[in-house]
Design a protein. Structure first.
Length: 149
């Protein structure tokens, strides 16, 4: 019985430690002020990019996951309200510990470049690829990052 309790204690301790570990990586989104909610940022409410709002800090709104992250290092983001950026660092809770900050300038393929091969399921669950979608005059694909439908 004591052995079982000890094993449960160690397992719970390991899970708690794992849950509190930081998540490292890069996140892209828009710099907003913290006086804005994720829903307001998604709706591109002008108040999200209002300068000099008392008691607010700069935050990264990840429009792919619809999450907001407070930036622990404010200086790199100063002057970039409303700009699309990529921030690398470590997330703990809702705080992003910034290790690098860069403007997001290129999205998508350059004009004249061929799309990479891919396979994805369409809205009906059918598997599609670039080959199955290609028409006689070419193909235009449009992906919505934050579509809610």
């Amino acid at each position: 019985m004591i052995l079982v309790l000890a094993l449960l204690f160690v397992a719970n301790l390991a899970m708690a430690q794992q849950g509190s570990m930081a998540n490292s990586g890069s996140w892209s989104g828009v710099i907003i002020n913290s006086g804005c909610t994720a829903d307001e940022a998604f709706a591109e409410d002008p108040k999200c990019t209002t300068k000099d709002v008392p008691s607010t800090k700069l935050a990264l709104y990840d429009d792919t996951t619809r999450q907001m992250f407070m930036l622990d290092l404010q200086e790199p983001a100063v002057g970039h309200l409303g700009d699309s950026v990529t921030v690398s660092g470590t997330i703990e809770g809702n705080t992003l510990h910034v290790s690098s900050f860069r403007m997001l300038t290129d999205i998508g393929l350059a004009v004249g470049k061929n799309a990479p091969a891919f396979t994805a399921h369409d809205q009906f669950g059918q598997e599609q690829s670039l080959g199955t979608l290609k028409g006689p005059n070419g193909t235009v694909l449009l992906f919505f990052r934050s579509a809610d439908w």
